[in-house]
Design a protein around this ligand. Structure first.
Ligand code: SAJ
Length: 445
């Protein structure tokens, strides 16, 4: 036994042994794009896994070995289900005997823009009823520094059990990038911060059997803040490059050429590209958890606020640029046929959460345009007071449109065919020129 292990409480040592011997059972609460891949990875590592979700339809599909997450195939899922390694339930009572639980529930924003921790709170209260000595809880949901200690720990300790002695509590940020196959749950380094050092050790032992690289940090707050830095870094840099687009427009310069040239610097620079706005359920939202927390200590997180302001304004800027471009060809947006190509929040995914395309379409409709869209991944979309179906006849829609606005640069669009057939194109992603397609009828952000 190492010196470090000899400092651990007996319950920690026992739990670490159970993880290392592969005798442990793990519960996963929340079976979305984080929880389901995590359940599969832990099952593959040899654990017995019980996946819990409040949606009975999801549980029914999973019990039948049917995956609803693009990164998880039916084959691997059904193999683990058939082997009895993966079980699924809607009942917290089924977690009463597990050794560890990972909480992978959403942390959205309320309409007011404040963090919505209701899912974490409800799960903590439900888990309280099945908590037992010698159990580990890991929170994975992205949240502001302090959440694990201020919200989850009191709930756990209201049972009379003491975190760090009888049971263990840690935070470990999810780093899942949906659709990515090079960096996965297994090979992406896993940051883990415990309420106490023993909590960190126990959590590292659980994940260490399944993941290649464990990165222990000093506390749950450090782990929570690490994730927020990662995604704030992206939001701020995307905001910067979007403002570069506005500045280059003002100066009559080509921002895409500037970025390509800057991107040739082999060190000290990381390329981001401008676009129609900031979509997805991570990057637009996570930084606002941080700025909200800082307000509680009377600090104004200016970079985050400014980036959010710039990124949020990009759909309006795109529509203004389309309006100006159409004026050049003697047309107004009002009454014109406009085809929006691609509405998912980023290329080659079907997710439309926070997608800027919804704002672009809403603004075009407000200006009186006749709007159609085509997105092979998204059959139907709804905005405030409108809903549209994806046009099935994309070549006909391209031909009939007065202007085609490329919002999401899906890889499988026929860019050359679109360029040949369209009257006029506004490209918010530089997608045509990236493919060597240039024409006087193609304007860029
Ligand atoms: N975007 C730009 N310009 C860029 C990069 C992105 O406008 O240079 C836009 C995208 O179109 C999208 C939004 O920003 O609308 C977010 O894009 P993203 O590439 O950050 O994609 P996400 O939201 O899927 O981010 C995920 C993140 N994963 C998690 O939060 C767990 C992020 O940490 C990953 O780095 C990112 O995937 C990735 O690398 O693809």
């Amino acid at each position: 036994m190492s010196k470090k292990e000899s400092m651990l409480p007996p319950a920690a040592l026992k739990l670490i042994e159970r993880f290392k011997q592969g005798e442990a059972t793990i519960g996963i609460v929340g079976l979305g794009y984080v929880g389901l891949p995590l359940a599969v990875v832990l099952g593959e590592a040899g654990y017995q896994v019980i996946g819990l979700d409040v949606d009975p339809a999801k549980i029914e599909l999973l019990r039948d070995g049917k995956s609803y997450i693009e990164d998880i195939g039916d084959e691997i899922l059904s193999r683990l289900v058939d082997d009895g390694r993966l079980k699924f339930t809607t009942e917290y009572a089924d977690l009463a005997e597990v050794d560890g639980v990972s909480i992978c529930v959403p942390t959205p924003l309320r309409k007011t823009g404040d963090p919505d921790l209701s899912y974490i709170v409800s799960v903590s209260k439900a888990l309280r009823e099945v908590l037992h000595a010698g159990m580990l809880i890991i929170l994975e949901s992205t949240t502001y520094p302090g959440t694990t200690r201020e919200l989850v720990q009191p709930e756990m300790e209201s049972t009379g059990l003491k975190v760090g002695d009888d049971l263990f509590l840690a935070f470990s940020p999810e780093r899942v990038d949906p659709g990515r196959s090079d960096w996965t749950t297994v090979n992406t380094p896993k940051v883990i911060g415990g309420i106490t050092p023993a909590c960190t050790e126990v959590a590292a032992a659980m994940y260490g059997q399944a993941m290649k690289t464990i990165v222990p940090v000093a506390s749950t707050e450090t782990a929570e803040m690490t994730k927020l830095l990662e995604n704030t870094f992206r939001a701020v840099n995307i905001g910067l490059v979007n403002e570069m687009a506005l500045m280059c427009d003002r100066l009559g310069m080509d921002v895409w050429e500037v970025i390509e040239a800057a991107g040739t610097k082999p060190f000290g620079f990381m390329k981001f590209t401008p676009g129609p706005g900031l979509g997805g359920h991570c990057i637009p939202i996570d930084p606002l958890y941080l700025s909200w927390k800082l307000k509680s200590v009377k600090y104004n997180a200016r970079f985050i606020e400014l980036a959010s302001e710039i990124n949020t304004n990009m759909p309006r800027y795109v529509v203004q640029r389309v309006q100006d471009a159409m004026n050049l060809i003697g047309k107004s947006i009002h009454g014109s046929k406009i085809l929006v190509l691609g509405v998912a929040y980023k290329k080659d995914v079907s997710d439309v959460r926070e997608s800027p395309a919804l704002d672009v379409i809403g603004l075009l409709l407000d200006k009186g345009a006749q709007v159609e869209y085509h997105d092979p991944y998204v059959p139907l979309i709804e905005g405030e007071g409108w809903s549209l179906k994806s046009s099935s006849d994309v070549s006909g829609a391209v031909k009939q449109a007065d202007c085609v606005v490329l919002v999401t640069d899906h890889s499988d669009f026929d860019y050359q065919g679109i360029a040949n057939a369209a009257k006029f194109i506004f490209d918010t992603r530089n997608a045509f020129r990236y493919r060597g397609i240039e024409s006087a009828k193609i304007m860029r952000l």
